[in-house]
Design a protein. Structure first.
Length: 556
């Protein structure tokens, strides 16, 4: 593949429209400079609005609607989650199976590797442009009237770098504190500096991310947003809680998780399992989210098939969508599902594997309490995917009242941060300082989902090899509560866990049933080859290695 520009070099050019170039991308040029744009009437607000407005709905990667996974920030939820064990990309036509099994295509010279690099550093570039326009270079006080815009840019830049640091890190912080993570590009980085830009260590990355969050916290103090689609100070607190959790600064993680939770309430059972508004509409637990609009290219082009709704929603009544009609649903790992007690209402988010052993009429009748469209769900798994129904997800629903409306069914919101995540950070952080306190907090949380919960019921001896029984119990809650929301790989790396896909009765795909003790090497993302070519100081990560075949079945 011929590549012309490094993403990081492009990120330093004056126009926010200029992107990297690979075989599928045509470079876009403009003569408008940041200084000119900053002085145009209303332009600053437009640049700030674009920071969140371009997180969904756009074909950012190539401009083409061909790439079904190119639907913005929520795409990375699936990319990260299928790398582990909890989300299984089944069926005959699933666009996320590269990250599940075809690890060869995650090496530096492949387009799949370019995709996250292009999007993340493009979003970072947009934040840098806003900071420069605001006069906030190197944490200078922004110009009057531009403080909130700068605060939003700092918050989002920290979020993107925290993601990149965790994905490109050569080793977990708990294992190797001086491991290399990713490279840093700010609003003041020069092209020459970018061409001699060493990767940050964990500690350098934490220092940088927390400096951004400190600035955001100061600038967003007193800012009252109109919806959850723009970060405010509570989101900044939540990002600090995530960062301190990764850093194992337990006291600070607990402190900021508590701060972040103020003013929010956990989802009730009715909200969680709503056939109309389930995980498609912000509620009292959503701290930050994104939303798709009926004017988005992801919705109006390619029959809406290159969208979150296409790959995650099963109940639409029109002949489109990879999950519902084209044979590409994403399902829950069978073992994880079977460890959820029947008294835990979250189990109703997925179809029982036992229904694979009954006839169609019986299965459809059994699904009626979970979905208003059991016939469609059955067809999605059996007829269209040649898979079955066990583990099909009903956590994420079509837009309320729009299941039959093409393509409005997929004009939905997606959560990026919920108060439940903060509750679990608080519990883990508290327990790592005083286990009894953590157990109490975790038990309180779990009983809101399962009134019969008893601490200690979710222990698997295999996982006790790297973390305490207490952290394993928190991890199990995170796996169930945050399923499909992009946390699986982050937690596997943070806790230095392995994965288990091969076991009796597994629903993982043959020749992908890998059991790996310790962090799988394919979870250390590669840098695209242009960065090594243009950045002389870049130490690259090794190419990912695919196991040679299915592992021997693990016995639980």
């Amino acid at each position: 593949m011929k590549k012309i520009f490094s993403v990081l070099s492009a990120a330093l050019l004056s126009t926010s429209l200029f992107t990297s170039c690979i075989e599928e991308i045509d470079p876009q040029t403009s003569t408008v400079t940041i200084d000119q744009a900053a002085n145009a009437p209303g332009s600053f607000d437009n640049f700030v609005n674009n920071l969140t407005g371009n997180l969904t709905g756009q074909f950012t990667y190539s401009g083409s609607s061909f790439y079904v996974f190119d639907f913005g920030y929520p795409s990375f939820f699936l990319i990260r989650d299928v790398m582990g064990q909890d989300v299984v990309p089944v069926g005959t036509n699933n666009w996320f199976d590269t990250w599940y099994q075809d690890f060869t295509y995650l090496a530096p010279n492949w387009a799949r590797t370019q995709y996250p690099w292009t999007l993340y550093y493009g979003w970072i570039k947009d934040c840098n442009n806003v900071l420069k326009m605001a006069g906030a270079t190197d944490y200078a006080q922004p110009e009057s009237g531009r403080e909130v815009g700068a605060g939003i840019a700092y918050a989002l830049r920290a979020m993107y770098y925290l993601d990149c640091v965790r994905m490109y890190a050569a080793a977990p912080y708990a294992v190797k504190k001086d491991a290399l993570t990713t490279v840093k590009i700010t609003e003041s980085t020069t092209i020459d500096e970018a061409q001699h830009n060493a990767r940050m260590t964990w500690d350098e990355a934490f220092q940088f991310i927390l400096a951004d969050l400190d600035a955001a916290e100061k600038l967003l103090a007193g800012y009252n947003r109109t919806d959850v689609y723009t970060p405010d100070v509570s989101v900044v607190y939540g990002l600090k809680a995530r960062t301190y959790l990764e850093q194992q600064n337990w006291a600070k993680a607990e402190e900021y998780a508590k701060k972040a939770m103020k003013g929010y309430a956990m989802m009730s059972e009715d909200e969680y399992l709503s056939h109309d508004n389930g995980f498609n509409t912000p509620n009292s637990s959503w701290m930050f989210g994104v939303t798709y609009k009926d004017t988005d290219p992801n919705i109006i082009e390619n029959d809406g098939d290159s969208s979150w709704g296409s790959v995650m929603l099963l109940e639409n009544g029109f002949d489109c969508g990879y999950a519902a009609n084209y044979g590409g649903p994403n399902v829950i790992d069978r073992h994880l599902y079977e460890t959820i007690p029947t008294t835990d209402f979250r189990k109703q988010c997925w179809i029982d594997f036992a229904l694979d052993d009954v006839d169609e009429a019986t299965a459809i009748a059994a699904m009626r309490p979970q979905t208003d469209y059991p016939e469609r769900v059955y067809a999605a798994g059996v007829s269209n995917a040649s898979y079955g129904v066990g583990g099909l997800s009903l956590k994420f629903r079509n837009a309320a009242g729009k299941a039959n409306v093409k393509y409005d069914a997929w004009v939905v919101a997606v959560p990026l941060m919920r108060v439940e995540e903060m509750k679990l950070i608080e519990a883990e952080a508290a327990g790592m300082q005083n286990e009894a306190n953590g157990i109490a907090l975790l038990t309180d949380f779990a009983k809101t989902r399962d009134a019969s919960y008893v601490y200690g019921q979710h222990q698997d001896a295999y996982y006790n090899t790297t973390t305490s029984a207490f952290q394993n119990e928190v991890w199990w809650q995170r796996r169930v509560e945050l399923w499909g929301e992009g946390f699986a790989t982050f937690d596997i790396k943070r806790l230095n866990k392995g994965i288990i896909r091969s076991y009796k009765g597994t629903n993982h795909i043959e020749q992908c049933r890998f059991n790996v003790q310790g962090m799988p090497n394919w979870m250390v993302w590669c840098f695209v080859n242009t960065e090594a070519q243009y950045n002389e100081s870049l130490v690259v990560n090794p190419d990912p290695q695919r196991p040679s075949g299915d592992s021997e079945e693990f016995t639980w």
